[in-house]
Write a protein that binds this ligand. Structure first.
Ligand code: 0O2
Length: 221
């Protein structure tokens, strides 16, 4: 009885996590193709780096408990949508939306949700574009549609979020108001830096384009 049940549970859990592993693999390949293609068209690489992770079983259970979801694999599959997570760090803000559009346009991807914390930052200053997508994976005897969470942000947004996470992680008491304000100020500085770099990038691209036109039409003024 109990031993067999445990065996079945183990097989089911392994299958469950395996599906997310395949979904991550599928999405990572898509992102890698976009990265290479974008590089070819725009002559620069818009993706600084890509990180992906499978949510650890303890973290999954913690979330189920926190949100009060039913404790069953079907309920977890439906409700915990960030078991497969990918973070794309881009060079410029405009790259974020271009990459996001390119993913959303793919025919086998279903867009479930798009949260724009760049247009609407969180009160603490957090910025990122969050997509919940559904991607099909094909196995020997079945096809499954898996949720994948994609976070897309610039290096400056990532810098802020990484350090904010380090500073406040696991501190569940009230943070003094002046520190919350300073953190928000730091986020505003990151935004300023992002906008400045994008502006320089745009101006430089224009100069390069003008130069190329001169070369192509040497006799025209
Ligand atoms: P981890 O360790 O990254 O997985 P939910 O995902 O349901 O708990 P919500 O509000 O629906 O909550 O999701 P949301 O706002 O899209 O954010 C989820 C993820 O975004 C978090 O995952 C973080 O990775 C990131 N995030 C959101 N807000 C902040 C923030 O203020 N600071 C930092 N550093 N990261 C943030 P997890 O599961 O919390 O953590």
């Amino acid at each position: 009885g109990t031993v067999n049940n445990l065996k079945t549970l183990k097989v089911e859990l392994t299958r469950f996590m395996m599906s997310y592993k395949f979904a991550l693999h599928e999405m990572n390949t898509k992102i890698d193709i976009l990265k290479q293609e974008f590089h070819y068209i725009h002559e620069y690489n818009p993706i600084e780096h890509v990180n992906s992770r499978l949510k650890a079983p303890e973290s999954i259970l913690k979330k189920v408990k926190k949100k009060g979801y039913e404790l069953s694999l079907p309920a977890i599959r439906e409700n915990v949508r960030d078991i497969a997570g990918i973070r794309i760090t881009c060079s410029f803000i405009s790259d974020i939306y271009e990459i996001s559009d390119m993913l959303q346009r793919q025919k086998d991807i279903t867009v479930i949700e798009c949260k724009d914390y760049i247009k609407n930052p969180k009160p603490n200053g957090y910025q990122s574009l969050h997509l919940i997508l559904q991607v099909p994976i094909f196995m020997s005897d079945r096809e499954e549609h898996m949720y994948v969470e994609i976070q897309i942000r610039t290096i400056a947004m990532d810098f802020w979020a990484s350090l904010e996470h380090k500073i406040y992680y696991k501190y569940n008491k009230e943070v003094p108001a002046h520190l919350t304000e300073e953190l928000k100020e730091a986020a505003d500085s990151a935004t300023k830096l992002d906008r400045k770099m994008e502006e320089i990038h745009r101006k430089m691209a224009q100069i390069k384009e003008d130069n190329n036109e001169e070369k192509e039409n040497p006799l025209e003024l």
